[in-house]
Ligand binder design. Structure first.
Ligand code: GLC
Ligand code: MG
Length: 531
């Protein structure tokens, strides 16, 4: 068997550290909390964890505003705690990925404090400073992703600095070689400490137009869309020079053995795949977020899976994501009846799957009372359903007060249904979603055809999505009923010795099928050779 890099066969689990497990009773999750829960991740079958930022930060954007790239915020613990987490995770066979935020720092980062102190400061050029327009006001029309202009006037020196996100997150100037070197040093610092890779935040934003040209007006803009959609981000995102940046980052990671780079990218498929880089010299996995927004219909999904498959560059390894800390929870988006179908899709497609914490027990998007809203996006740009608190609420571990997450009130409220929906309860119920995830993950981990097999014959038959996976002599067929009506599809495998390897209704396991396949409402099945 050809050996493949670990990150092609792995299953990634995203932890939002503030909300996974609190160990010191301050209502915020932390590193020791994650260490405590490693056995849970082993039980689930997870092989890689990715932690959202844990570095020192004033938390204007909950850690995505970093004030020191090479330390740990006391809220989460210490460098020693992280060393222990890496060692313990590795001892459990789990890889550890950290978040790298190269596009911007916190306004409190010493680099920015220096940079803003005078026009002649040696770090002035580490950020993007511009004079006001000749007629006064902002230098050009660039908008912030998080509301309003992207330019913030700094009174002291009379210039504006640019921020893709919050004004408290000034953008670094990636055209300055010293900035690049400083971020690459931070990468090496963590690689030396033993981490297995980075998820690179907002990587399609790092380089902006050198001439600072105005972004064009978006002719399709509707007043009901968020204000930043009024312009097309032609000159502020996905610039051609990004190729250089991702290739350099890749060279840094290739200086260590077996490390992984994942890029965060909200781009159409044909642009997304550019981040594999020329001759695969970019990130190993440009995050594929197409399932986060796709409407949940067989035909739509079949089209996008096919389109993604065809767009991949030769040798480019695919990946799939169902949820993250920026988008509504899958259970609320597609409905509770479909969560097993979503899990089956994620874990039977070709490519590295990423599971968002809590989706394995069906956590729902929480409704947050106005006085408990914490997300700066919801506070800055209210009314567009952009708020991210609802997908960041604490993990439900058990039915005790504070859901086993903490011994005190948590930073965001616990989901209302935690007494019924929690890990303890689902662990002791053989038919629970948690047990279903475990079985599915075990099936994938034990199956070369699910890990490596080519993906083809992707079809929509009415509300049923079907596809085949094939590796050497082995074939697996997947049929997913996306509707609440029973339905029939024609037989997908010819072999006489095939049976149901797994159904979302457990009682059908091992059933042998005749000429057609009957699916119950919301049922998914995986067919393969009888063992
Ligand atoms: C990424 C993160 C998001 C953050 C933003 C700014 O999109 O996923 O949570 O707010 O970058 O750093
Ligand atoms: Mg804590």
């Amino acid at each position: 068997m050809n050996s493949m890099p670990w990150w092609q066969s792995t299953i990634i689990y995203q932890i939002y550290p503030r909300s996974f497990q609190d160990s010191d009773g301050d209502g915020v999750g932390d590193l020791l909390g994650i260490i405590e829960r490693l056995p849970y991740l082993v039980e689930l079958g997870i092989e890689t964890i990715w932690l959202s930022p844990i570095f020192p930060s004033p938390m204007a954007d909950f850690g995505y505003d970093i004030s020191d790239y090479v330390n740990i915020d006391p809220l989460f613990g210490t460098l020693d705690d992280l060393d222990r987490l890496i060692a313990d995770a590795h001892a459990h066979g789990i890889k550890v990925i950290l978040d790298l935020v190269p596009n911007h720092t916190s306004i409190e980062h010493p680099w920015f404090v220096e940079s803003r102190s005078s026009r002649t400061n040696p770090k002035r050029d580490w950020y993007i400073w511009r004079d006001p327009a000749p007629s006064g006001g902002v230098p050009n029309n660039w908008l912030s992703e998080f509301g309003g202009s992207g330019w913030q006037l700094d009174w002291l020196t009379g210039q504006y600095y640019y921020h893709t996100f919050l004004a408290a997150q000034p953008d670094l100037n990636w055209r300055n070689p010293d900035v690049r070197a400083a971020i690459y040093d931070a990468m090496r610092f963590w690689f030396r400490r033993g981490i297995d890779g980075f998820r690179v935040d907002a990587v399609w934003y790092v380089i902006k137009d050198e001439q600072f040209r105005d972004n064009p007006i978006n002719p399709d803009y509707k007043p009901t869309s968020p204000p930043n959609h009024a312009l097309i981000p032609l000159y502020t995102a996905d610039r051609p020079e990004m190729q250089e940046v991702i290739a350099e980052m890749r060279r840094v990671s290739d200086g260590f053995s077996d490390r992984l780079l994942i890029g965060e990218l909200y781009l159409p498929i044909e642009r997304l795949v550019a981040y594999y880089g020329r001759d695969l010299s970019g990130v190993h996995l440009p995050f594929n977020f197409t399932l986060l927004t796709a409407s949940w219909r067989a035909e739509v999904l079949a089209d996008l899976i096919r389109e993604y498959n065809e767009a991949l560059p030769p040798g480019g390894w695919p990946n799939w994501v169902l949820g993250n800390h920026d988008r509504p929870r899958i259970a609320s988006r597609i409905g509770e009846e479909q969560v097993r179908i979503a899990a089956m899709l994620l874990l039977t497609l070709h490519g590295t799957p990423t599971v968002y914490y809590g989706d394995e027990i069906g956590l729902k998007q929480a409704q947050i009372r106005p006085d408990r809203i914490r997300d700066p996006v919801e506070l800055n740009v209210p009314g567009y359903a952009l708020g991210r608190d609802g997908c960041r609420t604490p993990m439900h571990w058990d039915a005790s007060d504070h859901a086993g997450f903490s011994i005190t009130e948590s930073w965001l409220p616990i989901g209302k249904d935690y007494r019924e929906r929690n890990v303890a309860r689902q662990r002791s119920d053989a038919n629970s979603l948690f047990q279903f995830y475990r079985t599915l993950i075990a099936l994938r981990r034990g199956s070369q055809v699910l890990i490596r097999g080519a993906l083809h014959s992707i079809r929509a038959e009415g509300d049923i999505l079907t596809f085949l996976r094939e590796h050497e002599q082995e074939r697996i067929a997947v049929a997913l009923n996306l509707s609440a009506e029973p339905a029939t599809v024609s037989r997908m495998l010819d072999e006489s010795d095939t049976c149901i390897l797994l159904s979302s209704f457990s009682e059908r396991r091992a059933e042998i099928l005749a000429h057609s396949i009957e699916l119950g409402p919301n049922e998914g099945i995986i067919l393969g050779r009888r063992k």
